[in-house]
Design a protein around this ligand. Sequence first.
Ligand SMILES: Cc1cc2nc3c(=O)[nH]c(=O)nc-3n(C[C@H](O)[C@H](O)[C@H](O)COP(=O)(O)OP(=O)(O)OC[C@H]3O[C@@H](n4cnc5c(N)ncnc54)[C@H](O)[C@@H]3O)c2cc1C
Length: 804
Amino acid sequence: MRTEARVVVIGGGVVGCSVLYHLTKLGWRDVVLLERDELTSGSTWHAAGGMHTINSDPNVAKLQDYTIRLYKEIEAISGQSCGIHLTGGIMLAGTPERLDFLKTTHARGRLLGLESEFIALDEVKRRHPLIETRHFLGALFDPNEGHIDPSGVTQAYAKAARQAGAEVNRFTPVTELHPQAGGGWLVVTPGGSIAAEIVVNAAGLWAREVGRLVGLELPVLAMEHHYLVTDDLPEVALRDEELPHAIDFEAEIYTRQEGKGLLVGTYEKACVPWSPRTTPADFGHELLPPDLDRIAPSLELAFAHFPAVERAGIKRVINGPFTFAPDGNPLVGPVPGLRNFYLACGVMAGFSQGGGVGLTLANWIVEGDPGMDVFAMDIARFGDFATRAYTNAKVRENYSRRFSITFPNEELPAARPQTTTAVYDRLKAKGAVFGASFGLEHALWFAPAETAAHEVPTFRRSNAHGPVGEECRAVRAGVGILEIANYGKYEVTGSRAEAWLDWLLAGRLPPQGRVGLAPMLRHQGKLMGDLTVARLGAERFMIVGSGVAERFHRRWFEDHLPDRGVAVRPIASERVGFALAGPRSRELLARLTDEDLSGAAFRFFDIRQIDVVTVPALVARVSFTGELGFEIYVDAAYQLALYEALVEAGQDLGLAHFGGRALNSLRLEKSFGAWLREYTPDYTPFQAGLGRFIDFDKGDFVGRDAALRLREEAPSHRLVTLVVDAADADAYGDEPVLADGRLVGFTTSGGYGHMVERSIALAYLEPAFATAEAGLAVTILGDDRPARLAPAPLYDPTGARMRS
Ligand SMILES: Cc1cc2nc3c(=O)[nH]c(=O)nc-3n(C[C@H](O)[C@H](O)[C@H](O)COP(=O)(O)OP(=O)(O)OC[C@H]3O[C@@H](n4cnc5c(N)ncnc54)[C@H](O)[C@@H]3O)c2cc1C
């Protein structure tokens, strides 16, 4: 065994072997994999080997497509068969909602270049005669689905990596990990130690245990999972062609041909976690006792929908554990706060996702960047709120809903409320319907008195549509109050704070007492953040950004900190507050302070420490609504006093509570983009319309050279605003945009503009169509809805109201 390596990958399941292979593919040969037993000794060996492209996140879906296409490559390189059966797969819809879901899936697939197609039920019967089609309304067929041999795939990755110079050591458990002064790790095994620059935790079922070696408690939990294999069926044996895969969402089963019988697996509602605290060290090539009673409800439906299964005997029942993160997507990337320690774990669909995870992580390690927006699987999407009990509740929710529809307006209830602010009960009493973001409860909208504070999950406009409209109109006509606890906030201090921020952010830093918009770039010149920065003192700044990206941005700040002279402190939970927005917001705030708030004295983008009643507050004259407005930040302990004062003083002004849904509608009317929707690491600032905030004259900054090059390139897409002729469903994001039937772009968000009374979508279009006069359409729930460009924001295009 080598004693030194650039990278040590811990775990020889499908994921660890894929990471190893991809590192060698990028040219790193001094890489070692350590496996405590034989390769495949965790979840990998007993997997059903199914693979598909479906995922709610488009980039994860893209990586799943990559994974499936990779098998031929590793088979050719290694000479090891992967047992590829590319049978295609049928997704069956038994309800109108499921049909809507499949239409959305199909439309998103089109954006990614996937080749799914709707097929008629008689075609379903022709391709898969064992399906009782009278239970279904429609079906989507995806040719890029099938199954592989789990062991063959893992061995093929390992062989291909070895051929390129990697070392694979079996029967070599990692027992200790020690950080070294230079930033590397000493990796200890019973057979000796390796000094590694970088460690990757790909320990699958034991990811938690490997995490604990370095003091981490990872949000991962294993669940028991059953599938059964039937005896041979004459209907199958007599066929020349292999049956396609099928997913029957209503029965919550997936099925495929295995030999001359069927393999049927289920994600049952009454699911059971396995080893919730600790994975036994001696667990290996064994299975768990089956519990057919638990999966009986699904099997009964399976018998009705696939009658041949009921007639067949059961040859084998498999019950094995595999791991999930709280939202079901993998945990990948550098762990915030730890140097040179990466994750590739929590991969619940290793045969659909393993290749994409390996590619992403190898890029991250070798290039310092994952290569695209992979927030949906980035470990940084979880914070301290993701405790073991939270993970347990969320994973069970996720598993039991594996084949349920999660509607775009749906907020799932498990492990909530987790984090709340002091005004949670007050807002609840006002009828707030809450969502959770980064663990924190925040008001989405307010149900009027006498109506239920509940939003019905739907693809169409929901029961919130009317009340949200009232909130929007109240803000535009008078004044509204919005809690703004759910933003990411950081205090940056120190003698070198100014110089450091000037280098880290691409915009010009504001002078003292002012707020500035500050795009932050990746080294490749694309977006890393759309932040606001406020200069509060000679050596003191506050940065505000997206709440869900709190860890994501913090990791970036910490990775770029100099040795001394700058301190970054996350203050999201200690500094909370409210936004006041609307033409009467100044009048309201003026009642509570002796400060001069006139337009001349307190200008647009000014920020100042003032007293609001008795409360010391940091007040900025900004608003994401496009109205005159103020953001008032206070220490959490003052929040209740501030709230009560604002509400009391606002009574006769008709102060309205508004929530995140109204804010979304108001910002769409202003064509304001949002992080993770219009602004993500996939886009350049020039595509996103943020180029004007970049100051190329100020000297060097992160991403400058790359951004200069990008500025000269013709962009593939440009961000535009569309007005959509929608029916009862608005765009949401990731819908195709067509020009005379041809795909020319995609939406990033959408919704109804209640003040302008139009359905709005923000979208990236090919430049030739970003000025199209006519012929555009947005595909919403399978319908191509006519759309036209809005050359300027639909509401207050000159911005006069927010400057008033
Ligand atoms: C019944 C069942 C059916 C499934 N069906 C499918 C399917 O159809 N399609 C699909 O995509 N997925 C399926 N899966 C899930 C799939 O098996 C997993 O997603 C995948 O195997 C995860 O691989 P991994 O490499 O992350 O983890 P693992 O396979 O658990 O591998 C981790 C490896 O790390 C090693 N290790 C742990 N600790 C150490 C240490 N300290 N030192 C050295 N080595 C260590 C272990 O021995 C193990 O070999 C199924 C799973 C089950 C249980």
